[in-house]
Structures are given as structure tokens and as C-alpha cells.
Design a protein around this ligand. Structure first.
Ligand SMILES: *[C@@H]1O[C@H](CO)[C@@H](O)[C@H](O)[C@H]1NC(C)=O
Ligand SMILES: *[C@@H]1O[C@H](CO)[C@@H](O)[C@H](O)[C@H]1NC(C)=O
Ligand SMILES: *[C@@H]1O[C@H](CO)[C@@H](O)[C@H](O)[C@H]1NC(C)=O
Ligand SMILES: *[C@@H]1O[C@H](CO)[C@@H](O)[C@H](O)[C@H]1NC(C)=O
Ligand SMILES: [Zn+2]
Length: 966
């Protein structure tokens, strides 16, 4: 699965399935959301209704009784995990979604399902997942062997644990197979989970799509099933639908017939049986979408979307890149694509960024649809990255599946790493692989440096309930997972890494694994290789990165040659909230170089070691963690810092561009942790006056965002603006020379930096910039039919103009938002409207997030977060969230990213005692409602606010002085 983006933004940092809403520059005011606030970056509306504890959710029908939630007991139906007594083999599922409401206004689907399972251990209980389904007849049980099946004594629905329990008069016989048949009805709700409906308008006509999102635990909302990833089976799927619609599922269409039901003509589409697969990867979709297709060596590749979008050519880019990426992964994995077709579909309502359903990948529209004229480079990068991510899962995740959700980090971390390799194949000129450092490594550092972080790996028994499963879909799983797998692939080297990967996939295809299975295969590859030797086994090295949270800061003293590692915590006064069996020490692969020396690799295995080679003198310098392939930060003695600063000023080309970004990011974070002076960190930005590369700039702006968050309500603001304005002048002039702002520059990351130049120049009040932006927007308002603003620059221009403007500009943007025909354009406008500076406009906008006719549910939390990023909007958003807590919790509390991001997003500016008290009060007052998947986020917010208070106290004076003198 790929998480979704917070739509705003000038579209930097979009490498993965999400990107950061961050400083959207506006005239005179900077709306920041950076540094620490990168925590809030991932936006997902994962609407699982909270009703898990609602005992009456499934009411008794004639056939089936339901029990109220009882106290926890040892009964199997009170456990969150299925017993190992039964093993599903095949399902035969027929579903009929009604795209018209019934006379009572309810959208429903009906279904019948039979599952053949083998009895592995004798039992008189059939426990099968079923959630929010009403049985319309008594289930029936048939034996497939010679002995008759036991009689059913009773069928009981357990709503809390989401089981249907079928009690039998006699026992099932070990080794025998049985078939359980059920008929049921469910709601086709607009809740973005299980079998749900999505609505949109085309030519003024309301259209309804029936679609699914099963991961992680919602297949049980579509039909009764053994809904755990290791309970793999073959699925025979049939969909009933209106003849004017198209039905899609994981398999290819095998048969299509028209039948008559109650006098109505209905089409019955039957799909080829699936491969052996997990329930969470199923997909069923009925729509009247259009598609485009391509055949590559017998493989059918199709892109589906709303007919308008397909007719406008918006699927073409996705179609163009899919073939090459699939071919790349076939080679990379050394396994051919396991299926006969590859469908990808863009849905108007979709909670995540995308979902890797086997053979039928679902996307939110902005992650699949591209328009040459309207979409930005950032939109394009996001599309190719998300496609690569989901295609990577077709093998890693779908063909070979982790046994349980506690190992999700390997599935998602792996896909989040190789998506860069896949995207690089499709867009080889973009240098996209470098961007993982900004998008994942630096980003997750900010979270993993908190004492309230957590290790990648959890114990199986710690991840049980659906909301616990949701909570593991977090930045640590995705971005830290990606970062440490990249490190692993780097120190093994790519050849050894892929060899181990290939034997792992081959050995475990169609079955399930635990993460150490991969380590074993990598170890074998190491043992068989001639080039790679490790100081410890793969498992011993990786245990330290996987089983303990956080990461080290490696300090290199170039006067003594001493190297030391220490657990890096942003707030040095906090203690990690859990002990580590490895004492917070790591086996650290240190790639390093000296001036004019070749790169070397040194393994730091102890807390402190001595390496005489690192002793230097004169104008020599040492640089470590080349290209940030290692998951750690680096600190040096003062002399070496000074030398590095000199090199940056005088001959920065001798430091790789990624490391120019690293030096800035490390310095700022070391300063935040009190390890080096804040003024030293600020000095790492001096060379930017002549830097034109994107990565260092982006790194600096990310870090300065934190200064804006902390200081934009203080006396520091003026001098800071003056300094940043001075630094960006060169960049702005650079792009003026190249483009005269009439076109976009070539070069992928250069385009991002062009946006940075405009955004920062305008936000620091550079008049050439503000005039430009105002004129463009004015032109557009005067002639709405022709938008003169370049796609890349739109986010920035819209935001600036709306911030400087009033109701007229805002309402114009709203009208354009409602009329926009491509989701990425809607996203830009939606984020820009949060830039308004009139409180009443922002309050009105906040209210819109409660009305799904105005702001789609999938976009509600990210809209609130955008408003909170605005210095004016922040207190309004905080009040709004507090006032509507119960509603918001019920809508989004079960989900993952969106919810914790919401909490982190609205509190990220908090930096006073008063705000800290408010936050704690909020926590205490809502304890009875709860925080669901945001529980950890509340804790993180408190920790962060605490750290902010201390940081300001300690730094304000020195920072003010530095900016005044710089
Ligand atoms: C699935 O069920 C339908 C209707 O119950 C039946 O017609 C069909 O033959 C079944 N298919 C398989 C593969 O069992
Ligand atoms: C299921 O049954 C309950 C209780 O009778 C009812 O409120 C609910 O609407 C039913 N759901 C569907 C989809 O019919
Ligand atoms: C089913 O009926 C529709 C509408 O009459 C028709 O267009 C379609 O070709 C028919 N399909 C089959 C398989 O007969
Ligand atoms: C898709 O590929 C074709 C053929 O190479 C090319 O002409 C077209 O511009 C591409 N479309 C997009 C949106 O990249
Ligand atoms: Zn994924």
C-alpha cells in the first residue's frame, strides 16, 4: 500500500507515495510545516468506522444471533487471532453491488460465498471473520469426504472480534475437507473500507462506483473469510452488475452472460480463478469507467479511470511507464510477472495513495492520472513512484507475503526502497534515486530521534486488534524500513542483495514468511559471493537496526582519530521509553573519504574505536556517510566542521551534492539536540548564496521551516526573513536568467528548485517575485478560461495570491476547485485555499471539511492539516479539532496516517507552556473517547512541545543575534 499525500505544496519531496506539506510561501508570511513537522507529512484518510466495540452493530437476523461484547475470556472467539484448526483452500464468491439506493435510501450489496477448508485439527467450532454483514439464511455445511458433516447447532456473530462462530454438534475430522456456504447482505457505504462506494459527477450526472479496500482487515466486510494474510487460498470471483457497467477483479474475465432477475437484465461476469493469495489483496470493482491498454509480450496492461479522464488522455503517462517498470522488476526479481494481466484504476474516493491488489491496483486519482498541461513535475514523479511501489509489491508482498502484520515494515520498507529503482528505470534522467535521502531518510530521522519512537519490528502478539494493525502503517515502517534496506543493499552490494532476494522469492512463492527468512537468503548470497565479507552475519547486523528503535550519531574526532557512536535523541534530556537488549549500540557501516582520497568502508562495531587514518592535519578534511547510504548522523570535532564549512564556501563541488544536503541536515539536528551550537548549523546555510542545486536547498529550507514555526510570531522573524531573502536572491536571479519566468527549466530537480526560488523569494517579499505572482493570478481571474500559470508554479502562485487577497480570490479558487477536472489540480487549489489570512475564511473552510459534498472524506484531515500549517490558521484548526473531537475520532480514529498526522499537524507549532497545558488537558479530557491510532501521536506531540519550549528558551537570543549580523 502506498500512503497518500498531503495535497498542498509546491510539490517538492514527492518521491514516495506521499510528500510533505511544507512551507508554502506567501507574500510577507511564511506558512511553515517543516523539520520536526515532517512528522505530519503522511496524510491518509483511512476511515474504518470505530464501531469495533459497538456491540449492536450487527443485529440478530432470523438466522443468526449476535452476542453482546463480553469480558475477555479464553474462548477462541474472544481472541483476535484465528485458531489454527482450519485451513481454507478455495472460495467461490458471488457479489452483487447495487449502484442505486434501495427504497429506504440505503446502498447495499448482496452476496453468496462458499469456502472449502481442510480440517487441520479436530474441532467442533468454525470461526470465520465476518464484519457488518447480515446473514440472510442459516449457513450450511457440507462434507466433501465420505462421512457426513456435523449438524450446525448455532451461529453466533461476535461483533467485537469480527467473527461468525458456527458451533457444531459433532467434531470435524482431521484431514477432511468441508464446504461452508453463506448468503448475506452488507452496506455499500461511503466509508472507504471493505466493499464501498465512491461517487462523482460526469456531465452533471451522478455516478456511483462500487470498489474495495481490503488491507488490512476489511475483506471480512465483503464476505465471510479467514481474513489473515497467511490464510492463503484460491478465489473464484463472480460479480453481478448492470449490463452498462464493467466489472473488474484480480483475475481476467472468463465469462460474461446476461441473466434476468425479477424482470431485470443483469450481467454476470465470472473471473478466472486467482493464484493462491491472501484475502487483503482481493479487489472487486463495478463502474462505467473507460480504459486504455497496451500489450507487452502477451501481457495485457490497462489503465482505468472516469471516462472524462480517459478521454482527456490522463491515463497515458501511467500506461507509458507501467510496461518498462514491470519489465524491470521481472529482471530484478528474476521471476516473471506472476499473472496474465495488470489493471490499474484511479478512484474518485480512495483513502490511501494506492493499494497493490494483485492484478488490479487501485489508486487515488492524483497518484495515477497525469495531464501534460495541468500536472506539475512533482505530480508526475509521484505517479511514477507510486506505480513503481505498487508494481514492486506484485512480487514482494503478493507472491511472497509476510505471515503477520508485525512484519509489515519489511513489506512496505522494501517497496518504498525499490520504488526508486523502478521509477529510475522509467525516468532515467531524473536522478530520482538520490531523493530517497530527503524523502525518507531525513524525514524519518526526525521521528526516530524521539524517545517515543518504536523499533521497526514488533512482536506478533503485540499487533492484534485492527487498530493496532492500522497503527503499524506509519512512517517508521515505510521510511525507516526503506532506509535500512537501502543501507543493507549498499553494504552487501547490489549483486549480492539481488541474489539473496531472488532465491528468497523463488523459495517462498505463493506462501508466507517472517523477516528473518530474507536475512537467511541474503546470508547465503554473502557466503556464496567472493567480493562481500561482513564483520558479522546479516542477522546480527540487522537485529540492531530492526529490534531497537532510533539510530546512532557517529562522532569522528579528526584530531585524535577516535570514532564514537551514541543513540541520537533530539531532546537529550529524554530517555528512550523502552530498554534495548543491544544497549542502543549498532554495527555501523561507515563510508568515508578524505580530501583527495578514495572512498573507504569502516565498520564501527564498538561504542568507541580508534582509526588512525582519520587523524588529519592542515587543510585536509574528513567526510563520512557518503551519499547517506547509512542510517545514522555524523558529527565531527570543531576543526573538521570548520574545514567542511570552508570547503562548502570555496569549492563545494568536492563534496557530493547529497552530502551537501546531509551536512546541513545533520548540523541542524545536532544543534537541536544540543550537541553543537545552533549558530554552527546556521553557518552551514551560508554557501547557499551561490548554490543552485536542489538537494542542499531543500535540506536547508526544511530545517529553516522549523525556525519559522518557532519564531514567526517573535522578533526573530524580521531579521530571519532578511537573511533568507538575501540567500535566495542568487537562486531567483539564476532562474530569471535561464527562464525569465516564462517557461520551466529543464532538469528534474532543477524544476523543483525553480519552485523553491519563486516560493522563498516571494515569501521573503522580493518585489520582482511578488509582482510576477500577483500579475499571473490577476490574469487568470480576469480570464478564467485560460490559466496562464505554469503547472509547476501553481501551488506557490495560488497560495501567494490567496494569502495576499481576500474573499474574492478565495471564492474564485473555490469555484476553480469545484470545476477542476483533474485531481492534482484540485489538490493544489485545496491546499492553497488554506493559505488565506482572514480568519473567517479559514473558519468557513474548516467547516467545509465536515461536509463530504464540499471536501471529500479522503481529503478532510489533510485539509485541516494544511490550515494548521498557516500561522493564522493554526489556533483556529486547534480549536476546531477540539470542538469536533468526537466526530473526527469516529470518522478517522481507526485509521493510520491521517489520524496521527492530524494530531501532529495541528500541534506542530506548539512551543509555549500554555500550549503544552492545553495539549495535556486535551489528552485528559478526551481520554474517555480515546485517540485510536493517534495514541502515539499525542505522546509525540507532548514530547515535541516540551522540546520546543526548551529549544526556544535556549536559542532565541543567539539566533536573533546571528540573523541580525549575517
Ligand atoms: C460457484 O458457485 C456458483 C453458484 O453457486 C456455481 O454456479 C459455480 O459452479 C461455482 N463455481 C465453482 C468454481 O465452484
Ligand atoms: C443488518 O441488520 C441490522 C439489524 O436488523 C440493520 O439495522 C441493518 O440495516 C442491516 N444491514 C443491511 C445492509 O441490511
Ligand atoms: C448483455 O446485454 C447488453 C445490453 O442489452 C448487451 O449490450 C450485451 O452485449 C449483452 N452481453 C451478453 C454477453 O450477451
Ligand atoms: C507516452 O509515450 C508516447 C510514445 O513514446 C509519447 O508520445 C507521449 O508523449 C507519452 N505520453 C506521456 C504523457 O508521457
Ligand atoms: Zn506498499
Amino acid at each position: 500500500m502506498s500512503v497518500s499525500l498531503l495535497s498542498s505544496c509546491n510539490c517538492r519531496s514527492m518521491g514516495k507515495g506521499f510528500f510533505i506539506s511544507k512551507t508554502v510561501g506567501i507574500v510577507g508570511i511564511v506558512l511553515g510545516a517543516g523539520a520536526l513537522a515532517t512528522i505530519i507529512a503522511l496524510s491518509v484518510v483511512y476511515s474504518q468506522e470505530k464501531s469495533k466495540n459497538n456491540e449492536n452493530e450487527v443485529k440478530p437476523t432470523d438466522a443468526v444471533t449476535s452476542v453482546p461484547t463480553t469480558e475477555p475470556s479464553n474462548e477462541p472467539w474472544d481472541q483476535w487471532r484465528l485458531p489454527q484448526t482450519l485451513s481454507p483452500q478455495t472460495y467461490n464468491v458471488t457479489l452483487w453491488p447495487r449502484l442505486q439506493p434501495d427504497p429506504t435510501g440505503l446502498y447495499i450489496f448482496t452476496g453468496m460465498s462458499s469456502v472449502v477448508f481442510r480440517c487441520v485439527e479436530k474441532t467442533n467450532l468454525i470461526l470465520i471473520h465476518s464484519n457488518k454483514l447480515n446473514m440472510t439464511m442459516q449457513p450450511t455445511l457440507t462434507a466433501l469426504g465420505s462421512k457426513p458433516a456435523p449438524t450446525i447447532e448455532s451461529t453466533v456473530m461476535h461483533t467485537k472480534t469480527q467473527y461468525m462462530a458456527i458451533h457444531l454438534k459433532d467434531e470435524l475430522i482431521e484431514g477432511e475437507s468441508y464446504e461452508l456456504y453463506t448468503e448475506f447482505v452488507g452496506k455499500l457505504a461511503d466509508d472507504l473500507g471493505g466493499f464501498y462506494r465512491s461517487e462523482y459527477y460526469e456531465n452533471g450526472v451522478k455516478k456511483v462506483v462500487a470498489t474495495t479496500q481490503m488491507q488490512a482487515t476489511d475483506a471480512r466486510k465483503a464476505f465471510p473469510c479467514f481474513d489473515e494474510p497467511a490464510m492463503k487460498a484460491v478465489f473464484h470471483i463472480t460479480l453481478l452488475h448492470d449490463p452498462a457497467t464493467v466489472a473488474l477483479s484480480n483475475g481476467a474475465v472468463m465469462g460474461k452472460v446476461n441473466i434476468t432477475v425479477d424482470g431485470n437484465l443483469i450481467t454476470r461476469t465470472t473471473f478466472a480463478p486467482t493464484e493462491v493469495m491472501s484475502t487483503y489483496l482481493l479487489a472487486f470493482i463495478v463502474s462505467d469507467f473507460g480504459f486504455i491498454e497496451q500489450n507487452i509480450e502477451g501481457l495485457q496492461i490497462r489503465i482505468f479511470a472516469r471516462q472524462e479522464a480517459i478521454n482527456a488522455g490522463q491515463g497515458q503517462y501511467a500506461l507509458n511507464v507501467t510496461g518498462p517498470i514491470l519489465k524491470f522488476f521481472e529482471k530484478y526479481y528474476n521471476v516473471s510477472y506472476p499473472l496474465f494481466k495488470s489493471d490499474q484504476i484511479a478512484l474518485p474516493d480512495f483513502s490511501f495513495g494506492a493499494m497493490e491488489n494483485w492484478g488490479l491496483i487501485t489508486y487515488r486519482e492524483s497518484a495515477l492520472l497525469y495531464d501534460e498541461e495541468i500536472s506539475s513535475t512533482g505530480n508526475k514523479e509521484r505517479i511514477v513512484s507510486v506505480i513503481a511501489h505498487e508494481l514492486a509489491h506484485q512480487w514482494f508482498g503478493n507472491l511472497v507475503t509476510l505471515r503477520w502484520w508485525n512484519d509489515l515494515w519489511l513489506n512496505e520498507g522494501f517497496a518504498s526502497y525499490v520504488e526508486y529503482l523502478g521509477a529510475d528505470e522509467a525516468e532515467p534522467d531524473w536522478n530520482i534515486k538520490d531523493l530517497i535521502v530527503l524523502n525518507d531518510v531525513h524525514r524519518v530521522f526526525a521521528i526516530d530521534a524521539l524517545a517515543s519512537s518504536h523499533p521497526l519490528s514488533s512482536k506478533e502478539e503485540e499487533i492484534q486488534r485492527p487498530e493496532q494493525i492500522s497503527e503499524v502503517f506509519d512512517t517508521i515502517s515505510y521510511s525507516k524500513g526503506a532506509s535500512v534496506i537501502r543501507m543493507l543493499s549498499d553494504f552487501l552490494n547490489e549483486t549480492v542483495f539481488t541474489q539473496g532476494l531472488q532465491t528468497y522469492l523463488d523459495h517462498f512463492k505463493f506462501s508466507n514468511t517472517v523477516y528473518t527468512d530474507l536475512w537467511e537468503h541474503l546470508q547465503r548470497a554473502v557466503d556464496n559471493s567472493s567480493g562481500t565479507s561482513l564483520p558479522r552475519t546479516v542477522q546480527e547486523i540487522m537485529d540492531r537496526w530492526v529490534l531497537q528503535m532510533g539510530f546512532p550519531v557517529v562522532t569522528i574526532n579528526t584530531t585524535t582519530g577516535q570514532i564514537t557512536q551514541e543513540h541520537f535523541l533530539l531532546d537529550p534530556e529524554t530517555k528512550p521509553n523502552r530498554p534495548s537488549e543491544f544497549n542502543y549500540e549498532w554495527f555501523v557501516p561507515i563510508s568515508w573519504t578524505k580530501k583527495e582520497a578514495a572512498q573507504a568502508l569502516y565498520w564501527l562495531l564498538q561504542k568507541t574505536e580508534q582509526l588512525d587514518h582519520m587523524k588529519i592535519s592542515g587543510d585536509e578534511w574528513v567526510l563520512a556517510n557518503i551519499n547517506v547510504t547509512g542510517y545514522y548522523r555524523v558529527n565531527y570535532d570543531n576543526e573538521n566542521w570548520q574545514r567542511l564549512l570552508n570547503v562548502l564556501q570555496t569549492s563545494r563541488q568536492s563534496i557530493p551534492v547529497i552530502n551537501r544536503a546531509q551536512i546541513i541536515d545533520d548540523a541542524f539536528n545536532l544543534a537541536k539536540a544540543g550537541i553543537i551550537e545552533t549558530t554552527l548549523a546556521l553557518r552551514t546555510t551560508l554557501f547557499l548564496a551561490s548554490e543552485t542545486e536542489y538537494m542542499p536547498w531543500e535540506s536547508a529550507l526544511d530545517n529553516l521551516d522549523y525556525f519559522y514555526l518557532m519564531f514567526d510570531r517573535t522578533e526573530v522573524y524580521g531579521p530571519m526573513q532578511a537573511y533568507v531573502g538575501k540567500q535566495v536572491k542568487g537562486l531567483f536571479d539564476h532562474f530569471t536568467t535561464i527562464t525569465n519566468w516564462e517557461n520551466v527549466t529543464s532538469g528534474h530537480t532543477d524544476q523543483y528548485n525553480q519552485v523553491n526560488a519563486l516560493r522563498v523569494a516571494c515569501s521573503t517579499g522580493l518585489e520582482d517575485c511578488t509582482t510576477l505572482v500577483k500579475t499571473w493570478f490577476q490574469q487568470w481571474m480576469e480570464n478564467p478560461k485560460v490559466n496562464p500559470i505554469k503547472a509547476n508554479l501553481r501551488s506557490t502562485v495560488y497560495c501567494s495570491a490567496i494569502a495576499a487577497g481576500g474573499e474574492k480570490e478565495w471564492d474564485f479558487a473555490w469555484g476553480e476547485f469545484e470545476n477542476a477536472t483533474i485531481a492534482s489540480e484540485k489538490d493544489k487549489l485545496r491546499a492553497a485555499m488554506a493559505c488565506a489570512t482572514k480568519p473567517w475564511l479559514l473558519n468557513r473552510y474548516l467547516k467545509y471539511t465536515l461536509d463530504s459534498q464540499k471536501i471529500r472524506k479522503q481529503d478532510a484531515t489533510s485539509t485541516i492539516i494544511s490550515i494548521a500549517s498557516n500561522v493564522v490558521g493554526q489556533p483556529l484548526a486547534w480549536d476546531f479539532v477540539r470542538a469536533n473531537w468526537e466526530y473526527i475520532f469516529n470518522q478517522y480514529g481507526g485509521g493510520s496516517f491521517s489520524f496521527s498526522n492530524l494530531i501532529n499537524g495541528v500541534t506542530k507549532r506548539f512551543s509555549t507552556e500554555f500550549e503544552l497545558q492545553q495539549l495535556k488537558q486535551f489528552r485528559d479530557e478526551n481520554a474517555h473517547i480515546g485517540f485510536g491510532s493517534g495514541t502515539l501521536a499525542i505522546q509525540q506531540s507532548i514530547e515535541r512541545t516540551d522540546a520546543n519550549i526548551k529549544w526556544i528558551e535556549k536559542n532565541q537570543k543567539a539566533v536573533l543575534e546571528w540573523f541580525e549580523n549575517a
